[in-house]
Design a protein around this ligand. Structure first.
Ligand SMILES: CC(C)(COP(=O)(O)OP(=O)(O)OC[C@H]1O[C@@H](n2cnc3c(N)ncnc32)[C@H](O)[C@@H]1OP(=O)(O)O)[C@@H](O)C(=O)NCCC(=O)NCCS
Length: 181
């Protein structure tokens, strides 16, 4: 039987769980993120506590955690850019290998998208490394398309990344379709 997957916004006291998920994601999928495992491991635990406390209440940035049978098994970050355009982004998306292909990633992206929409977003953006074909296919399947913007990753690899976008109207349509399957 498939495990049941749920998503909840991070709570202020979940700094340790957040650190565990972030280091697990950087260890398992280092190709997917600008930050390195060494960066995360060398960071003070207090940094994760502070982010959890802020993300539990902020209207500018948050983190959602995926649970399988009550155990943390994935995460996504959502934030508004600190510019006049206030573009909305998702990032740091990771689902533990044991629970992939069960729509946990989709649940995370849709939940983060709904939160961004509730805070005023009309479009949701995501940077994806071009060589990460799984993530590209994943986001395309969820209705994200190319903006035409590209950049070099800030990480040591200097890989090319592409900016994808999904309109919020489309996001809610997809979410209701997905939940009715
Ligand atoms: C990308 C990721 C979050 C998807 O999570 P997930 O829970 O497996 O996603 P879903 O079950 O919602 O998958 C939806 C669809 O995405 C595509 N997909 C996901 N993983 C795939 C893979 N390894 N190979 C091919 N397609 C894949 C498929 O279309 C999949 O449908 P399917 O399961 O019927 O094949 C997960 O593979 C992951 O954490 N990867 C490593 C980290 C990463 O790349 N993060 C993204 C950074 S931009």
């Amino acid at each position: 039987m498939s495990p049941s997957l749920t998503v909840r916004r991070i709570a202020a006291d979940q700094g340790a769980a957040f650190r565990e998920l972030r280091t697990a994601s950087l260890r398992e999928a280092p190709y997917a993120f600008g930050e390195t495992l060494e960066d995360a491991l060398s960071a003070d635990a207090a940094r994760f506590d502070a982010t959890a406390a802020q993300h539990a209440v902020s209207s500018d940035a948050t983190t959602f955690i995926l649970y399988t049978e009550g155990h943390p098994a994935g995460l996504i970050e959502a934030h508004f850019e600190d510019t006049p355009q206030r573009r909305a982004f998702v990032g740091e998306l990771w689902v533990a290998p044991a629970v992939r292909h069960l729509r946990g990633g989709e649940l995370l992206v849709n939940t983060a998208g709904e939160w961004l929409a509730s805070e005023g977003a009309h479009e949701v953006f995501a940077w994806v490394t071009d060589s990460n074909r799984n993530a590209m296919r994943f986001y395309e399947r969820l209705g994200f398309g190319p903006t035409g913007d590209h950049t070099r990753s800030a990480g040591a690899s200097g890989e090319l990344e592409s900016l994808l976008v999904r309109h919020v109207q489309q996001a809610s349509g997809d979410a209701s379709h997905a939940s009715s399957q």
